[in-house]
Design a protein around this ligand. Structure first.
Ligand SMILES: [Mg+2]
Length: 215
């Protein structure tokens, strides 16, 4: 085994918890700025997400919170240049503030580094934000390569994503494992390219699992 390819969100840290805290703070700020309730702010965010998905679904831009904020302003018929950047910053400041790696991550990365098994990140989102998360998680020194859907132009489970990761790792599919929390995107996507997939579930002892699989 020459490389383990890790998904980032909900595999290395809890996206759900961070997003929950960040959206709560965002709803509060939007409700203050626009004199609407927090529930209404949540509804506007939902509409904005749907609108952005309709426009650029299947690309990294689909997840770009800046577009959501701009879209909310447009829905509310308020000036985006006054609010969008501030809301975007509040969302990510809170998100990153509560972003910590799962317990298994550092011991597993230490082990793989010692074994000279390359550690890659394969993730759907824009590169700027994923770099910020990796920095906050303090895992950058372990990461050998990263592939984002922004650079590839499509998202998991598209084979282009997995092939780009193999290219960066200089590995054949049989020399790689993919670890991720999404059966469809991470595991089935990897398998379609001949890469063995390991489904991550919270609480699973990843290091033991990898050792059992021959790492
Ligand atoms: Mg994930």
């Amino acid at each position: 085994m020459k490389t383990i390819i890790f998904d980032l969100d909900d595999t290395i840290y809890s996206y759900k918890d961070c997003n929950y805290a960040a959206e709560k703070a965002l709803y509060r700020k939007i409700s203050q700025d626009c004199l609407i309730t927090e529930d209404e702010a949540a509804q506007y965010l939902k509409f904005a997400k749907r609108g952005v998905k309709d426009l650029v679904g299947g690309t990294a831009a689909e997840h770009n919170r800046f577009l959501y904020m701009q879209y909310i302003c447009e829905l509310l018929k308020i000036y985006p240049f006054r609010y969008a950047y501030n809301w975007y910053r509040i969302y990510w400041d809170i998100f990153l503030n509560v972003c910590y790696p799962y317990e298994y991550v550092i011991p597993t990365f230490e082990y793989l580094a010692k074994k000279e098994i390359k550690i890659g990140i394969l993730t759907d989102l824009t590169v700027y934000i994923q770099f910020k998360k990796i920095k906050k998680l303090q895992i950058e020194k372990y990461i050998d390569y990263i592939v984002t859907s922004e650079e590839v132009g499509c998202e998991k489970p598209h084979e282009k994503m997995f092939l780009k990761a193999l290219e960066k790792a200089h590995c054949a599919p049989s020399e790689a494992f993919m670890l991720g929390d999404s059966l469809e995107k991470d595991i089935l996507g990897a398998k379609a390219c001949g890469i063995e997939g390991i489904l991550y579930k919270n609480g699973v002892n990843v290091l033991d699992l990898l050792k059992k699989m021959g790492c």
